[in-house]
Design a binder for this molecule. Sequence first.
Ligand SMILES: Cc1cc2nc3c(=O)[nH]c(=O)nc-3n(C[C@H](O)[C@H](O)[C@H](O)COP(=O)(O)OP(=O)(O)OC[C@H]3O[C@@H](n4cnc5c(N)ncnc54)[C@H](O)[C@@H]3O)c2cc1C
Length: 453
Amino acid sequence: MKSKGIKKNVAVIGAGYTGLTVAYRLATKGYSVSLYERSDLLGGLVAGFDLDGIPLEKAYHFLYTTDKAAIDLAKELDVYDDLTFHDSSISTYYDGKLYPFMTPVDLLKFTPLSIVDRVRTGLVGLYLQKLTNWEPLTKVTALDWLTRYNGKRATEIIWTPLLKGKFDKYYDKVTMSWLWSRIHVRANSKETTQEKLGYFKGGFRVQTEAMARAIESAGGTIHLGVDIQKIVPAHDEADGRMTIVTDQESSTKTFDDVVATTPSHVLAQLTQEHPSMTSEYRTKLTSIDYIGAAVMIFSTKQEISDYYWHNINDDEVPFLVLLSKTALSGIESTGGRYIYYIGDYVTHDHRYFSMEKQDIMKEWKDGLRKMFAHFDEDQIVSEELFTFKNAQHIVDIGYEDKMPEYRTPVEGLYLANFSQIYPDDRGVNYAIKEGEMIAQMVMDDKNKKSQSK
Ligand SMILES: Cc1cc2nc3c(=O)[nH]c(=O)nc-3n(C[C@H](O)[C@H](O)[C@H](O)COP(=O)(O)OP(=O)(O)OC[C@H]3O[C@@H](n4cnc5c(N)ncnc54)[C@H](O)[C@@H]3O)c2cc1C
């Protein structure tokens, strides 16, 4: 048995925002922390890369003004001065035309819908923004609810393309509570009708690297490029409760506690040989479906569009969204280049996961040309494409019963990932909140245990 004075030894699996927050909080509270990440980069879905020497994220990210946990953490890490909020602008591309889509007046001018449908869409949006009792919405799919309340045509034109783009074949399974939360959070983040979105000068890595530095200064260790393959009981309990086996030859290490921030189904694989894992919990872990995403980033010398966000509601264009990062945060920090993101969510068996990057980018550039007659491929200076396997989970009817608990049946093993964030949608702010909450849970459990001795 360990004596009371010895620091608790904790492994954190995954160096996305959740894992980094857990590791940061525990390390700075005196725990001996080892953080393991299978990729060579910090940040998980928010990991950065450089395009023409410009620091960017592989997937587009922003913060809302109401993302308090992320803002507070930036202040604590002394990187708040790098977080700047900018005016956003939203448009919808439908039937070969781009429409502004930010204000009630924009909606009233959206001629593809009849005036009755426009007014109805505005009223439905307002109702969802004000609604606080979301629980009945967990029982109905977004598609059914919208068809009923917003009408068939408005649903087909406005909502179905967005649901299909975001959830692929699961588009008719997603609950209305998920969509309510997106609309509610977004609308309530605005102080005026002008939405403001936040971005770190130098990219989100400014914050993730600050956390990494703080973890290491507090004595924690960070192991990038290490894939955890198994969590098994420790041979000798004097060393701790669990052993984690990595992909590095014969590398194993024993810990008192392990916090997995991997997708749920990954934890099911990792604990296959652990005798305390129950079939009930494993069923929860494997019953949550995830889909992937593909994201293209490119730079141009000419501006293609001055909107920040372009929802694509047109079957002729083969992606969900086009974003201009520079329309949001300016071209001062990009050496005069315009930076664009194109994104789409797809199931794991989608051809994008086996296609050459160049071929996906070609299809998307063809789509871009349909949207903007003035766009020419030669305007692109640099381009990249990334795919993500576990980018979004499917929040379907009965989801609340599937959600795995934070404390797993294996004593000292915790799970914290975005599938447990509900009814809110996943996001950096929620990853930080969840990371803080799990770190506190680990500390509380330790205190309870030492008091009961
Ligand atoms: C296209 C896209 C756009 C988004 N835009 C926004 C946005 O604008 N604003 C916002 O707030 N949020 C946004 N999000 C959501 C946000 O990225 C996530 O909510 C957040 O990053 C989740 O962090 P996480 O640490 O929980 O998970 P992840 O970032 O997925 O981290 C989990 C980590 O675990 C690692 N891992 C998994 N298995 C193992 C293993 N066996 N061994 C070692 N390591 C392992 C993974 O490599 C990964 O790094 C977006 C997401 C996507 C996909």
